[in-house]
Design a protein around this ligand. Sequence first.
Ligand code: NAD
Length: 495
Amino acid sequence: MTTVTGMVAHVGLARNYVGGKWIDPSGGRLPVFDPATGNQIAEVGISTAADVVAAVDVAQAAYLPWRNTPPVDRARPLFRLKHLMEEHFEELASLVTLDHGKTIADARGEVRRAIENVEVACGIPTLMMGYGLEDGAARGIDEHVIRQPLGVFAAVVPFNFPLMVPFWFWPYAVACGNSYVIKPSEQDPLPLVRVYELIDRCGFPPGVINLVQGTREAVDTLLDEPRIQGISFVGSSPVARYIYSRASANGKRVQAQGGAKNTLVVLPDAVPLVDGAVSNILGSCFGAAGQRCLAGSILLTVGDVHDQVVDVLAAAGNAMSVGDGADPSIDVGPVISGASRDRIVAAIDAGAGSGARLVVDGRNPSVREANAVGYFVGPTVFDRVAPDNALAQTEIFGPVLSIDNEPTLDAAIDRINAMTFGNAASLYTGRGKAAREFRHRVVAGNIGINVGVAAAMAYFPFAGMKASFFGTLHGQGRDAVEFFTDKKVYIERWF
Ligand code: NAD
């Protein structure tokens, strides 16, 4: 049993949920840790190829009856899930903090975003409508398009939003009449297990929504399984590229969201500096310990505002509290694992010897709680980071900010557009013309103007560009409905 403040989690072993039943995966187990203490808190089962095929068997069997259920009835279990998630809101957020490490405020935001996707998918009778035109083909010949589900879809999701990311996809897929299989990250599978316990009470027919734990073997089985119609992936770019290539070679629809290296640009007229409100920038760079795909990790100042920005951010970064994310006064929780911490510290070591100036050093942070001996890295700030420095090119996925100066906004935009990734970019300015220019020219999927984390709401599409996204249709909202349905045209004439 895993104890969480204020609740008892039901997880000792994270298992598969297949056909409405909890099943032990047959490929062994891996430990699951609390990143704030380094203590093992559960185990996760590892699915073999046969376990995954068994899940696809039941999903395929559930598909036809579910497809023939009217959309308005398919939405009803989602309404129930929304209510159950509201009822268990704090419990779900605590479980995200326990298993992932992010602060409880961040975890609450994550649960809220998940619920919002359920709310949007509840509107499926409207979202899924087709369109038609009387006399569309000729006089007396009408033409219509209808949307139809395709079958079984699957998602492979990352550790950094263990609860929210699957909700970019599955509520829409299932509301559209498909059945579904999710493979969570083996690093923090517990929040989704709890979600499935709630899903179990919502009235979905068995087999419509399934969960398989595991690692590469489980993923490859999904990529090759001929009955899987499409794959939604979120994770690092090398794996996103691999998923896209292999699944699309197998004839599947694929949307594969990859890694990021997001830039914040600060102009001298930036309002946040004028009124001293830098918390927006700090939240972007150090929130969730830098483990967001929308985290700011490069900051470019333009013109003579540079020293002021560095001083303000250094003072603010130094003042941030580091510790167990369950403590509401903590600003920066642990990173996901010891391996992650060691990788981030190695990147800081290399950066310190690279010619950049280490302004705030998070390698040995003073951690608030005595028992919080887990995987901590404090806010870290480098200045004078040249474009070819590894700090400026590699996704570090930790609380490390690299600052540099550019003479003009044009130069800053060129620098952003020369980078490999294109997930997000933000501009801090008080000038509409500069904002318009930035939005128009920057090659990134999510643009913030005086907003450090430009995270699309559930009714807007979410994906990056360049090496941050492989595919066409994005997650969430109308794009999700497009991804999870096919369009059929019919033309009719009556004599
Ligand atoms: P990851 O790529 O290591 O793992 C993601 C998923 O793929 C996991 O379920 C994992 O089990 C599986 N996986 C890992 N290696 C695999 C392989 N070789 N073959 C098949 N499956 C494999 O990513 P992560 O470390 O869990 O998550 C962090 C990454 O996700 C960061 O790069 C971050 O930027 C990215 N991310 C992107 C977005 C976005 O919207 N673009 C959102 C969240 C996270």
